[in-house]
Design a protein around this ligand. Structure first.
Ligand code: HEC
Length: 275
């Protein structure tokens, strides 16, 4: 790099930094953002994620996969085919898989075991890119979550394996890792923090976790698609410059279990809408 380009880059950086200086006080910015979010939520029927929930319902009911069966024999914890209220009690331990699973891990398991889909293919690129619709598994998860809308998170976490997963999730949340030495708690264990215009909810504090965890899966206005909780965690792993976290892996399920347990008693309003 020549001296001149270096100088130009410094100038550019300073200019950007100066532009980033808020034109009004932080309190005003928060108020304006809150107004924007409220406007998005004011008419719940305008949420495009409802279309994905409908698509998910069709996918749930349609015979598919190499075995050509529907997911109506999939047990989400309340008995085969019972969707209503199932999401509110997840993650939970499933004896048939001998694993604790969140909604996406369970749907993945059913798609593999009942319908005969290849697991490796489903987890290879499980999340949509910007502008692309949520993948089938995500649409089904949106449908299942929407059928617990209005209920409260009530996963019990009393089975020894559930307790184990919860402890792992808590540990991972506070553990500093990776090249940046970040933990989830670096960004999510304080009130009023934000990066650029995105607020960073205090996810280890029940009062704050209850406000946001129940909104996932959510339609993300900025990327124009539904983002599921597994995708959200995947993205934060990426922000921490950690290796990709696999959908339904022990680590992702444990973190989601921790978030859901912290939000226990909080309302489910899925699918939600995010910036
Ligand atoms: C470098 C900072 C950073 C770290 C570390 C981080 N996140 Fe995030 N997280 C963000 C940002 C930024 C957003 C908001 C993104 C947006 O609005 O699009 C976010 C959003 C979230 C949300 C959604 C919150 C809401 O408003 O509904 C969850 C859940 C979450 N993160 C979980 C985690 C977990 C679990 C970890 C650890 C694996 C983690 N995050 C680590 C920056 C971080």
């Amino acid at each position: 790099m020549t001296k001149r380009t270096r100088w130009l880059m410094t100038l550019a950086c300073c200019t950007v930094a100066a532009m980033a200086t808020p034109a009004f006080a932080q309190g005003d910015t928060e108020k304006q953002l809150e107004k924007y979010r409220q406007m998005m939520k004011d008419d719940p029927w305008s949420n495009p994620a409802l279309l994905d929930a409908d698509r998910g319902e069709e996918l749930w009911k349609k015979p598919r996969g190499p075995k050509n069966v529907s997911l109506e024999s999939c047990d989400l914890g309340k008995g085969p085919g019972k969707v209503d209220g199932a999401f509110a009690e997840l993650p939970r331990y499933f004896a048939d898989a001998d694993k604790v699973m969140d909604v996406e891990a369970r749907i993945l398991w059913c798609m593999e075991k009942l319908q005969g889909f290849e697991r490796a293919k489903l987890v290879e690129r499980p999340h949509p890119g910007g502008g692309a619709p949520v993948k089938e598994l995500g649409a089904i998860a949106t449908y299942v979550a929407s059928r617990s809308n209005g209920l409260k998170f009530a996963a019990k976490f009393d089975h020894p394996k559930e307790k184990e997963v919860l402890a792992l999730g808590e540990n991972l949340f506070f553990r500093r890792m990776g090249p940046m030495d970040f933990a989830c708690s670096t960004c999510h264990a304080d009130t009023g923090k934000r990066i650029r215009l995105q607020p960073l909810p205090y996810l280890s504090k029940p009062e704050e976790a209850r406000k946001v965890v129940g909104e996932w899966p959510a339609y993300r206005v900025s990327t124009t698609h539904v983002m599921t909780m597994q995708h959200r965690v995947y993205d934060c792993f990426w922000q921490m410059r950690l290796p990709q976290v696999e959908l339904a892996s022990d680590a992702s399920v444990a973190l989601i279990a921790y978030l859901v347990n912290t939000a226990k008693g909080g309302n489910i309003s899925a699918p939600g809408m995010k910036r």
